[in-house]
Design a protein around this ligand. Structure first.
Ligand code: AMZ
Length: 249
């Protein structure tokens, strides 16, 4: 398993939203580059960065900041999502050193676009799968596309996707833990590694996740931003509970 500190960007700040609602945001920091450096110093081995303004606008809005984060991260891989809706934007991010791209809206709205991108950049593209229950939501999670997780995954399951970042929208930012049954259902079905996003409120939730499902990693924000937790402490806690650290494929 891998723990991935998450940085959500809104108006140049690092924030936490509740269930994806832009009107329910808490600012963690006005200096996201320092946050990125901090997580790396404290043991983060990969970063998850989302341009929230970009996800809503349909094009990147915090790309300069993201380039600075990538530069500050050095050898540590940074996965980036939010507003990546064209080939030119995807390639610009890859050229800027982003290790993996998270594609949500466009993957669902334009499957041939997503298929071509995944096949041209095998192992570099992550599917951003955001859902309320079984139903996928896109465009900042305000659009319900009427497609279920199972329907969509049946189309893409054999493509060389690096991973699937799966967010259970109703739990995102709530710190109440994961829906283990749903996580288990999704992670058992596929060969593609699942990165669980949002929901963890304490290290115990992560232990439950790893003990009861086949997820490969968890991207977490609140547990690292609130209080004094850091990725290193999380790893020690997990190890003490018999969970070994390894990278996702
Ligand atoms: O919190 C939200 N409202 C939100 C969010 N965190 N909306 C989108 N996103 C994230 C997805 C994925 O990582 O979880 O943005 C990315 C997808 O962006 P796009 O532009 O490809 O749909």
């Amino acid at each position: 398993m891998l723990l991935i500190p998450a940085i959500d960007l809104k108006n140049g700040c690092c924030v936490r939203l509740l269930q994806g609602d832009m009107n329910a945001s808490t600012i963690f920091s006005e200096d996201p580059v320092s946050v990125a450096k901090h997580w790396i110093e404290e043991g983060g081995r990969r970063l998850h960065v989302v341009d929230l303004d970009g996800a809503f606008a349909g094009r990147p809005k915090n790309e300069r900041l993201i380039s600075e984060i990538v530069e500050a991260a050095g050898e540590v891989p940074v996965q980036v999502g939010g507003g990546i809706r064209t080939r030119a934007i995807a390639e610009a991010y890859l050229a800027a050193g982003v290790s993996s791209l998270i594609i949500g809206t466009k993957a669902v709205a334009d499957t041939p676009f997503f298929e071509a991108l995944v096949k041209d950049y095998p192992g570099r593209i992550i599917l951003g799968l955001d859902a309320r229950g079984e139903q996928i939501a896109t465009e900042g999670w305000v659009t319900d596309v009427g497609i279920s997780i199972a329907q969509y995954l049946s189309k893409v399951k054999d493509w060389p996707i690096q991973a699937i970042v799966y967010t259970d929208i109703t739990r995102d930012g709530m710190m109440k833990g994961y829906d283990l049954e749903l996580m288990s259902l999704i992670s058992n079905k596929l060969d593609i590694p699942i990165i669980a996003c949002g929901g963890a409120g304490n290290f115990g939730h992560l232990v439950d996740l790893y003990k009861n499902t086949d997820v490969a990693a968890a991207a977490c924000s609140s547990i690292f931003h609130f209080g004094d937790n850091c990725p290193m402490q999380a790893r020690t806690y997990m190890r003490n509970h018999g969970i070994e650290m390894r990278n996702i494929k």
